[in-house]
Design a protein around this ligand. Structure first.
Ligand code: AMP
Ligand code: MG
Length: 427
């Protein structure tokens, strides 16, 4: 006797019962702690890494009081009393221990040069007149004490906490460390990430001779590798897993032994040919699955031993959305950083949506434009399919429609999240 067909165990699961976007972010923040160890790296290699230990300034920056302009340095009390000052000496940047100024004197000084003892103010050379014999300088009225003088420590004070653990090192932060004299910095090491595609239909780009009907070029792995390249991670492309249980188990177990994170695409639902989620249940643990968003619902999170598993949907747009929304926070938290919520800009809709399902959050592909009246609006890609890579190429950001939105009229303010919020340049 044949068995009656079994209901899928989530067939009645309504978006209301699925995890909400904000809950997923909260869970990631609550559950993920750094897995990467600390290392000392040269400043040249530190860009984008997270600081491992807080950094205090070992000295003042600037080290000494110095001049902010090319001009004449003097004591303000003398300047107030005398119509002009006697000129003597010259101090250029890099000269140490300039001689003290005697009363009633001014000294020629250049930008960055140390202020002599007794001098507290500098007049710009453009504002001054030197006598024809070159012996005196006249400085116009109105300069305040301390004008054009940079104070020792005005940038950074010795002992000040400049960086705290987990901060991401940006170009200006590297410059700040260099300005303090550091040549190395303690950071979390790079995460090791494995990228795997799944699906019997997939072939590698370039393999046009195996372009049989039903074949699909594997674009996800190029997309994920390119997305990962924007982060300080070491990623390995482990190729394509065929749609069968044994191959899926072997590939995932092997990847978990050598990586901190596994990223897969495809096979993420509950179909007969979707082996990834079942494999995680068998050889690891699944923590979160199914999110009330569109596209990207079948995103799953789990672990195999100490390796974090992030299972993305197979459809390229859904994989892209899930990577930006969930993998970036996960990667940041695992590599020692903190979660930074992407900024939402409120922009007038240059489109309309008659009806939207409530209880789920939608991420449409959009871009900014000016309408006829010159106002800024956000346009929406005309088609919504989650396989349309062209929609991602056309877009510069997401239009985010929250769970409670039922529709959008022209001109309504909607959330727009530029892709730059995720480190992807605009086009
Ligand atoms: P799946 O989640 O495995 O059911 O895949 C959903 C859809 O995404 C199917 O149309 C797949 O052919 C497509 N897909 C899955 N993986 C990839 C990939 N690596 N590159 C391009 N398309 C893919
Ligand atoms: Mg598949």
């Amino acid at each position: 006797m044949t068995q009656p067909p079994r209901l899928k165990d989530d067939c009645f699961l309504h978006d209301r019962d699925r995890l909400k976007h904000d809950d997923v972010i909260a869970q990631l923040q609550a559950r993920l702690t750094p897995v990467a160890g600390l290392q000392d790296v040269p400043l040249e290699d530190a860009l984008g890494l997270h600081i491992g230990k807080s950094v205090r300034a070992p000295r003042n920056v600037p080290f000494n009081d110095n001049s902010a302009v090319d001009g004449y340095a003097f004591n303000h009390a003398d300047y107030r009393k005398l119509p002009s000052l006697q000129l003597g000496g010259r101090i250029a940047a890099g000269e140490s221990a300039p001689a003290a100024l005697s009363s009633g004197m001014a000294v020629r000084i250049f930008t960055g040069a140390m202020m002599p003892p007794n001098a507290d103010t500098v007049a710009m050379q453009e504002d001054c007149t030197v006598s024809s014999d070159g012996l005196r300088v006249h400085i116009p009225d109105g300069l305040k004490p301390g004008a054009n003088r940079r104070r020792s420590g005005e940038d950074v004070q010795s002992g000040e906490e400049l960086f705290y653990r987990g901060q991401l090192l940006r170009p200006q932060d590297i410059a700040a460390l260099a300005s303090l004299g550091f040549s190395r910095v303690s950071t979390y090491r790079r995460l090791r990430i494995a990228i795997l595609s799944t699906g019997d239909e997939l072939i590698r780009p370039g393999e046009t001779n195996s372009l049989a009907p039903g074949a699909v070029f594997d674009s996800n792995r190029y997309m994920l590798a390119s997305l990962c390249a924007a982060f300080p991670v070491d990623f390995t492309d482990l190729g394509i897993i065929p749609d069968n249980e044994a191959a899926t188990h072997t590939a995932l177990a092997e990847a978990a032994r050598h990586h901190d994170v596994i990223l897969t695409t495809g096979g993420a639902s509950r179909g007969d040919e979707d082996h990834v989620v079942r494999a995680i249940d068998q050889i690891g643990k699944r923590h979160l699955w199914q999110i009330a968003i569109k596209p990207g619902r079948p995103m799953s999170f789990g672990q195999i031993d100490n390796c974090v598993f992030l299972g993305l949907p197979g459809n390229p747009v859904a994989a892209f959305v899930c990577y930006l929304l969930y993998c970036i926070p996960a990667i940041r938290l695992l590599s020692g950083g903190h979660h930074i919520e992407p900024t939402r800009y409120r922009v007038a809709a240059g489109f309309e949506i008659a009806s939207k399902k409530t209880d789920r959050r939608e991420f449409l592909r959009g871009w900014l434009e000016h309408d006829q009246s010159g106002g800024q609006v956000v346009r929406k890609f005309p088609h919504d399919g989650s396989g349309l890579i062209s929609s991602l190429c056309r877009a510069n950001g997401f239009i985010e429609l929250a769970e409670d939105i039922r529709g959008v009229e022209h001109g309504t303010l909607v959330n727009y999240i530029p892709f730059t919020e995720f480190g992807i340049p605009a086009n």
